[in-house]
Design a protein around this ligand. Structure first.
Ligand code: BES
Ligand code: ZN
Ligand code: ZN
Length: 488
């Protein structure tokens, strides 16, 4: 999809459709489409509400074949997230109609760099479809080839904003593509190969530690999860190093859960809905997507992604409930439930990131069903042992337009993880499941500033929305990018 910034007269541009953003409390320009837009608005057939669209054919005074009005809601509340959503909705709506090229009008006040970036992201994210395995030869016919973004003046900061939007959204779509891969196609080693390929393409460092190496390092928690599977595990490490890193600067670790399929192991999951457990590597996919973007946007601090990758299977070799494993850090863990595997592999990966010299640890994981019980599919759960890091992440998430909500980590929760036979148990009982899972991980961060995103409820969309295809969402990529870019 070609993305073009233009300042030349949009009324004279030959294109399939022009998209004009409208507010619910500001009537569209009088002259637009010979007064038709205003008329629709006064008759309340198009109210400019968030998510609303109205299509006009052969609009008067405009060379384009169609004019689409796209609602942003109240002007005072319209912001980046609204514009991202409206741009995605408009693109998906027009794509479904067989339109191949379109033009977004970004007139003041939606003309800032941040808002242009949001609109570009909306267009690229809206174009995503999880249809890789559909063989319908006609699926390529509904395709957007070219999107123009009209601004009053073409400036260098706006050119840069367009590029940023494209880089970030393409990275998020890369994450979505990985997360959608079925367990038979994307095994841990295949995910390692995908990381290696991405790193080579974008000039990042990459190592994939294989099973023999993980045994040498004695990553007992990770290996215990993996032992029931015929697929060997791996630990992916992808490195970005800035051209001139200030000495003593922060070194950010992005750690992502990479369970390529989670059956639950011997504590097996019910079959209903188990097919979705292919997306249990969404955390790993998110940190790889973030690295793909960061390689191009070049933050000032070093960033290292670490993704522990395993398949969680029941078999004659599988880990048993009651097994005690020794983590890479040396703490012993009683595995009371083999389905609480994410925290086990993250524990070892976090120790590894810490030993690499990372100063700040941030992980993303589809960790608990409990986070979806608490926050539904709206917010990701956000946990941190460090107020400054928590503040940075909340601010990054706000700028990125990703919803995250802080949850507690008080010491009382640690008591729920007591084991009678080892240093810690891997489950905390019936209540506060998202918190006890986070509390478990905290036991492995050795006091370093750390934050955890539980994306189990937000990494997958069950039903398509006007602005978003069903399936993998690529959540956390944009926040990670903002977090690293804002660090100085
Ligand atoms: N991968 C699951 C969590 C999950 C649930 C992700 C739903 C996406 C959607 C995780 O490994 C798991 O099974 N967690 C258990 C923990 C429990 C055994 C303490 C859970 O949430 O039920
Ligand atoms: Zn599980
Ligand atoms: Zn899992």
């Amino acid at each position: 999809m070609e993305l073009i910034l233009t300042a030349s007269d949009w009324t004279a541009t030959q294109t399939d459709a022009v998209v004009c953003f409208c507010y619910s409390d500001v009537p569209p320009p009088e002259e637009l489409a010979g007064g038709l837009a205003r008329e629709l608005f006064t008759r309340q057939e198009f109210e400019g509400k968030s998510g609303e669209t109205a299509l006009l054919h052969r609009p008067a005074g405009i060379k384009a074949a169609r004019l689409l009005l796209a609602g942003l809601g109240e002007r005072a509340k319209a912001n980046g997230p609204e514009l991202r959503k409206a741009a995605a909705t408009a693109l998906r709506f027009l794509k479904a109609k067989g339109v191949h090229e379109l033009l977004f009008i970004l007139q003041a006040p939606v003309a800032s760099e941040a808002l242009l970036q949001a609109a570009v992201e909306g267009a690229v994210l809206g174009d995503f479809e999880a249809d890789r395995y559909k063989t319908d030869p006609r699926k390529g016919e509904k395709r957007i080839d070219r999107v123009r973004f009209w601004v009053e003046r073409e400036t260098i900061p706006l050119v840069e904003a367009l590029r940023r939007g494209r880089v970030v959204a393409e990275a998020q779509n890369f994450t979505r593509t990985l997360a959608n891969e079925p367990g038979n196609a994307l095994t841990p080693m295949k995910l390692g190969a995908a990381a290696r390929q991405m790193a080579a393409e974008f000039g990042l460092g990459c190592e994939v530690l294989d099973e023999a190496r993980l045994k040498q390092l004695a990553m007992g928690a990770l290996l215990g999860v993996s032992q029931g599977s015929a697929e060997p595990p791996c630990l992916i490490v992808v490195r970005y190093t800035p051209a001139e890193a200030a000495s003593g600067a922060a070194h950010l670790a992005l750690v992502g859960k990479g369970v390529t399929f989670d059956t639950g192991g011997i504590s097996i999951k019910p079959s209903d809905g188990m097919e979705k457990m292919k997306y249990d590597m969404s955390g790993a996919a998110a940190v790889l997507g973030a690295m793909r973007a960061l390689a191009q946007l070049k933050p000032r601090i070093p960033v290292t992604a670490v993704a522990p990758c395993v398949e969680n299977m029941p078999s004659h070799r599988a880990q048993r409930p009651g097994d005690i494993v020794t983590s890479y850090l040396g703490k012993t863990i009683e595995v009371l439930n083999t389905d609480a595997e994410g925290r086990l592999i993250l524990a070892d990966a976090i120790t590894y990131a810490s030993r690499l010299g990372c100063t700040h640890l941030v992980d993303a994981a589809t960790l608990t069903g409990a986070v979806a019980v608490a926050l539904a599919g709206v917010h990701a759960g956000l946990f941190s042992n460090d107020d400054a890091l928590l503040g940075r992440i909340r601010e990054a998430a706000r700028r990125a337009g990703e919803k995250m909500w802080p949850l507690p980590l008080d010491d009382e929760y640690k008591d729920l993880l007591k084991s009678g036979f080892a240093d810690i148990a891997n489950i905390g009982g019936r209540y506060g499941g998202a918190v006890t899972a986070a509390k478990f991980i905290e036991e492995f961060v050795e006091g370093k500033p750390w934050a955890h995103l539980d994306i189990a409820g937000t990494a997958w969309l069950d039903d398509a929305k006007p602005h978003q295809a069903k399936g993998p969402t690529g959540v956390a990529v944009r926040t990670f990018v903002e977090l690293a870019m804002a660090w100085s």
